[in-house]
Design a protein around this ligand. Sequence first.
Ligand SMILES: Cc1cc2nc3c(=O)[nH]c(=O)nc-3n(C[C@H](O)[C@H](O)[C@H](O)COP(=O)(O)OP(=O)(O)OC[C@H]3O[C@@H](n4cnc5c(N)ncnc54)[C@H](O)[C@@H]3O)c2cc1C
Length: 458
Amino acid sequence: MTTCKTALSRREALKLAGAASAALALNPLIAPSKAQAAPIEAKGKIVVIGAGAAGLSTAAKLRDLLKDPDITIIDDTQTHLYQPAFSLIAGGVVSADYPKLDNADYIPEGAKWIKQKAIAIDPDGKSVTTANGETIGYDFLVIAAGIDLNYDAIEGLNRSMLGKNGIASIYAYEGAIAAWDQLRELAKLSESRKVSALFCETTTPLKCGGAPKKIAFLAQDYIRRGGKRDNASLTQMMPGGAWFGVKVYADAIEKLYSKREMSSEFKHKLVKIDANRREAAFAVPKLVMDEELGIEVEKSELVVKPYDFIHVVPNQSGASVVAQNPKLANPTGFLKVNIETLQSETYPEIFGAGDIVATPFGKTGGSARKHYGVVAQNLVDVMQGKEPSQKYNGYTVCPLITNYGSVMMLEFGYKGADGTDTLLPSAPLDPTQERWMWWLLKVHALMPMYKAMLKASA
Ligand SMILES: Cc1cc2nc3c(=O)[nH]c(=O)nc-3n(C[C@H](O)[C@H](O)[C@H](O)COP(=O)(O)OP(=O)(O)OC[C@H]3O[C@@H](n4cnc5c(N)ncnc54)[C@H](O)[C@@H]3O)c2cc1C
């Protein structure tokens, strides 16, 4: 597979590439890390659960901060998947091999790697049990085990169905690969008849909240380039009542959907799929008159929609090792932490990093990049008997692909105390504009930056 061609002329492309390089050089998204201070001599056994984006970068930062660190990483996966490329795989922009990294290349020097799954955490006894029955004690614990994808929560669906009967999902690696096939099938079908594509979302907290719209925009542009756009009906099916959690970005996204002639349904929650009939059922709230009470009450009715292509988003919860532990998890299965220090408020020797933490925003690789510095320094502070000194501001970044060749860079943080949105753009540019330079960043610069982040050097 090769990178998709865009409709830009070579002259325009060169001009934009020049602007992009200049902006990238200035951009804190890829700014190099600061010089290290002298290593600290604090002692204690640190266990990190999860060798994903957050776990590896936190471990690497701890290795840099401490003089003789005692770090153990627990994760049974050898192949590390760079998930931000899943949307690019689904759009045929990069090959299926592109996101594959080897965890062995990123385990920090001197750290011990236990290739097992953690199956239980005893926060009172300060130990972790692994799938082979080993119990590993710790003085300090970093939980960075990411998110579990629960496709089964949608009736009639399970993960093995991705790629069949028009069902796509870029949240799973194999689903992203299958989505590229499904998308081409849909485009082919649109050459001979009208087609319908549904792009669903979920009610649970989710990683990269913009991803369900990235695939919709890619599908729109792909079919448009095939010349039969008029034959395709593309609908975003949202369980909530808003396009996005940040108003100015929601408004900008709404305008783009209108411009691209894509439709939308709010308050439509996907609850059931009949794969053989290619029909999806959505729970939709409806006001009905309660004769006994004499008032209108909200009930849920099922609305069934046929489709040729459906993009599903699984329900998501923190990794089961946390979700099943009521001492650590909130009701949706994410790790309870102070949303600024990322320290457990019940167990001060426990910190969380990455998607697993129960923060209002922050389930992106860009957020993990901010987490690791905060968590590593705060953990070292606690090792030294001090209070955590660093605060995470909710930084979240979603490079929202809006076409082949354009991305809107949505960057934001925690809302203000009065509920106002906080925009955190990395460049002095209008963040509501789709830009070619952000596409270049997404496709060419973010993977190298991610690799550097895993070594705590970006
Ligand atoms: C389709 C898609 C598009 C995305 N696009 C972007 C983007 O453009 N930009 C961006 O910044 N982010 C994006 N993201 C989000 C980004 O990939 C995640 O936020 C990031 O990977 C989170 O890092 P993490 O370390 O918390 O979790 P992960 O990287 O998922 O790592 C979790 C690790 O924990 C391990 N683990 C799980 N359970 C256990 C256990 N019991 N014991 C031991 N180990 C365990 C897993 O094996 C895994 O290695 C995207 C994600 C998806 C799915």
